[in-house]
Design a protein around this ligand. Structure first.
Ligand SMILES: NC(=O)c1ccc[n+]([C@@H]2O[C@H](COP(=O)([O-])OP(=O)(O)OC[C@H]3O[C@@H](n4cnc5c(N)ncnc54)[C@H](OP(=O)(O)O)[C@@H]3O)[C@@H](O)[C@H]2O)c1
Length: 254
């Protein structure tokens, strides 16, 4: 596949671990210069940075809270100064915990919408003008299959992820033909590393969840990353825009 990623500048928000890390490492393997971001400048972020740079890859380690517009703006400015104009923006920061709907108060609702949807809106507004000026850009929004099928006790999260799909389609329409494509990935259940101290799930829970997936297994971070590489590629990815990709083992077939 002709990825054309060598020398491209990619920002992957929330890439110190999990899916974002997988995408950052995969883009770097194709020769992209990658910005590694996480909330903290911790050992995980440092490990990801080393993994990206170990085979001659170029990276910047830029920790910071991407929900803060000023922090995000500084990160993009630094990227442009040190690596060049941003070609690829992967909006990966997100998450949310199961809460019964009537226990989701307005504060929590706004926090989850802010983390999963508004942060992406703000990052795109900061990066898109430069992409349009240069006539090239790849925006990849990490949604979730729950944005398509809904999530049990996850009304806030599923609503935000559904919003990301609407945002993706709308921007794809508005900017088609500009050289900027906008796509989403809506992963199913992906095995991400548990943070130290995170609660372990029971065997019974695991077996029940696996029965809901036709392929009877969780997805791998590398499988989501391969989707991102395809979308980010040029010319191989040039004709995809407004699409939502579904690495999910057959759990949702929209
Ligand atoms: N895992 C799944 O099964 C799954 C399925 C569907 C969709 N998704 C979506 O995929 C994305 C990644 O999920 P994941 O499971 O890989 O998450 P994860 O393992 O919890 O990793 C989250 C990453 O985001 C960073 N982060 C969190 N809040 C941030 C903020 N405000 N500013 C900057 N960085 C921040 C974390 O940094 P620190 O290490 O510093 O905390 C970490 O690098 C999310 O949008 C999630 O909704 C995941």
């Amino acid at each position: 596949m002709a990825t054309g990623l060598a020398g491209k500048v990619a920002v992957v928000t929330g890439s110190s671990r999990g899916i974002g890390k997988g995408i950052a490492v995969a883009l770097a393997r194709e020769g992209a210069k990658v910005v590694v971001n996480g909330l903290d400048d911790d050992v995980e972020a440092e490990k990801t940075y080393r993994e990206v740079t170990q085979n001659g890859g170029v990276a910047l380690l830029c920790p910071g809270d991407m929900t803060d517009e000023a922090v995000a703006g500084d990160l993009f400015d630094r990227t442009e100064r040190e690596l060049g104009g941003i070609d690829i923006l992967v909006n990966n920061v997100g998450g949310g915990k199961n809460i019964p709907f009537l226990d989701i108060d307005e504060k929590l609702w706004h926090e989850v919408l802010d983390l999963n949807l508004h942060t992406t809106f703000r990052c795109i507004r900061l990066v898109l003008p430069g992409m349009l000026e240069r006539g090239f850009g790849r925006i990849i929004n990490i949604a979730s299959q729950l944005g398509v099928k809904g999530g049990f006790q996850l009304a806030h999260y599923a609503t935000a992820k559904a919003g990301l799909i609407g945002l993706t389609r709308s921007l794809a329409l508005e900017f088609a033909g500009s050289g900027v494509t906008v796509n989403a990935i809506a992963p199913g259940r992906i095995q991400t590393e548990l943070r130290p101290g995170a609660a372990r799930v029971s065997q019974e829970w695991l077996e029940r969840k696996l029965r809901e997936i036709p392929m009877s297994r969780f997805g791998r971070v590398e499988e989501v990353a391969a989707t991102a590489v395809l979308i980010a590629s040029s010319p191989s990815g040039d004709f995809y825009t407004g699409q939502t990709f579904h690495p999910n083992g057959g759990e949702v077939m929209p």
